[in-house]
Design a protein around this ligand. Structure first.
Ligand SMILES: Cc1cc2nc3c(=O)[nH]c(=O)nc-3n(C[C@H](O)[C@H](O)[C@H](O)COP(=O)(O)O)c2cc1C
Length: 475
């Protein structure tokens, strides 16, 4: 059987990357310590235990994949790389994993640790777990932040797993916020159009791979195959009794229930990934919970958003950049050196570095970048730079913008593009959710590229001679 969350915790602890904290309160204290931890160097994973009002053993994990080292550990990537070399490895890995999806269909098993405790009827109690109120102004306690929301397409039978936020409404009801267009949203729509409630499972504690694959825009319905391809062995799933949906056999906590067609309850506000409470409280679909499954001494996995850099920002930058790089390559853009989201801006600020080959190459790369799947949602700026600029290095990128772009000719605005209800720049309520985006061409002008002033630099042989001669500069 593949490694579960507990095996993962052991490995992380052995590396000295796990900090255990006792006696934090679920009401904002776990959230505040989690946010403070994002800025610490090194930034360990935090395992909260003995949480105020809860028995010892009912734990909360945060920061699971906050750092390069734990992302690599979780995904079996080589360690010690960063920047463009790591990006290159990850984008090749995505190609490899995607080519192996058919070899790793999930395996249905009849039993597993998640069945250690089954709560139904009046025993269903979401607040049996130390669900944090993550930020001071949140509208409630969010049990689902690092979660996997599992639904099935009623027409094709395809199963999807997506990370969508889940707020506790009362002991047997949650809210569920899914943006229009998400795969889970499409499933909800189909059930509701047929006048039926949508069956749903929400896994809120599991190996970090489960929710990290669920929050990536992998092809529709391939999440469990992907997890298998990354691990090199199939994921084991148990068919949940009341919904008929599959749940990870080694999950820590799984909620099973139904999203009714016509019921909405106030949800939010919630501290978002861009650093704002951008969606006000408003009606959102709910889950009427029928069962809860949990392991003994369960671990709730949290990945609260917040002002970046945050729990999720590094992971999303690395993975989404690699996926977008592959998308652009497939779309036919030649000579890409790198594509990189910014850790503070995420997909709102993307840089692409190219070796300019023909007139219009830079605009082609930038315009496509702004519209492909991984960037279309809430992108704001795409900067295109030459091949000597490292898109993973913000100093390099800002230098190129400052010194090579000509605002008069180098900035194009695209209007009425895809935004979101969490866009902080849109005043709510809004008639429609559009944003605009800017393409910043910070490349040397193609028509006189060979005459462009030479960059002040030192030849590599001079640099290495200095490092040999003055040893304190080596390394
Ligand atoms: C920590 C985290 C929380 C997220 N929360 C939400 C959410 O509340 N609603 C939403 O629509 N998308 C949310 N997302 C984005 C989706 O998980 C992501 O777009 C994913 O690809 C959706 O799965 P799908 O493509 O199968 O629909 C979140 C992502 C992360 C990393």
């Amino acid at each position: 059987m593949a490694e579960d969350l507990r095996g993962w915790l052991e490995r992380v602890e052995k590396r000295g990357e796990l900090e255990k904290l006792d006696s934090a309160h679920w009401d904002t204290e776990i959230g505040c310590l989690t946010a403070l931890n994002w800025k610490r160097k090194p930034s360990p994973a935090l395992l909260f235990d003995n949480i105020t009002g809860y028995p010892r053993g009912y734990r909360v994990l945060t920061g699971s994949t906050r750092t390069p080292s734990r992302v690599c550990l979780t995904f079996g990537l080589p360690e010690g790389l960063s920047g463009l070399p790591l990006l290159e490895v990850v984008r090749r890995k995505f190609e490899e994993w995607e080519s192996k999806l058919e070899s790793y269909p999930p395996k249905t098993v009849s039993t597993g640790p998640v069945l250690e405790n089954v709560l139904s009827g009046k025993d269903v109690d979401l607040l049996k777990f130390p669900v944090p109120k993550w930020h001071e102004e949140d509208g409630g306690r969010y049990i689902g932040t690092g979660d996997a929301v599992i639904t099935r397409d009623p027409e094709t039978g395809q199963v999807n797993s997506g990370t969508y936020r889940v707020m506790v409404q009362d002991r047997q009801t949650t809210g569920l916020y899914i943006s229009p267009g998400r795969h889970g949203f499409l499933h909800l729509q189909k059930y509701h159009a047929a006048g039926k409630p949508c069956p749903v499972l929400v896994s809120v504690g599991h190996h970090p791979l489960v929710f990290r694959i669920s929050c990536l825009e992998v092809p529709f319905g391939t999440e469990f195959h992907y997890m298998g391809a990354v691990r090199g062995e199939p994921v084991e799933l148990i068919t949940e009794e009341v919904t008929g949906l599959p749940m990870p056999a080694d999950a820590e906590i799984v909620i099973a229930g139904w999203v009714p067609q016509d019921k909405r309850l106030p949800e939010g506000p919630f501290g978002e990934w861009h650093g704002y409470y951008a969606s006000k409280e408003r009606p959102a679909p709910i889950i009427e919970v029928e069962r809860i499954y949990h392991r003994n001494n369960p671990v709730l996995v949290g990945s609260p958003p917040g002002r970046p850099p945050s729990d999720t920002s590094y992971f999303m930058v690395l993975m989404s950049s690699a996926m977008l790089f592959n998308e652009l390559t497939k779309a036919g853009v030649p000579d890409i050196r790198g594509v990189y989201f910014s850790e503070v801006g995420q997909q709102q600020f993307i840089t692409i570095s190219i070796k300019q080959r023909y007139a219009g190459h830079a605009r082609q790369a930038a315009l496509l970048t702004s519209q492909l799947r991984r960037a279309s949602y809430m992108n704001r700026y795409v900067v295109v730079v030459d091949e000597d600029i490292d898109p993973t290095d913000m100093d390099d990128v800002m230098w190129a913008i400052a010194s090579r772009s000509n605002p008069e000719t180098g900035i194009d605005i695209i209007r009425r593009t895809r935004s979101s209800s969490v866009d902080p720049t849109i005043r709510k309520p809004a008639e429609a959710l559009f944003n605009s985006r800017a393409i910043i061409d910070a490349c040397k002008p193609f028509e006189w590229i060979d005459e462009f002033p030479k960059t002040v630099t030192f030849r590599p042989q001079v640099v290495s001679r200095m490092k040999d001669k003055f040893r304190s500069f080596a390394g």
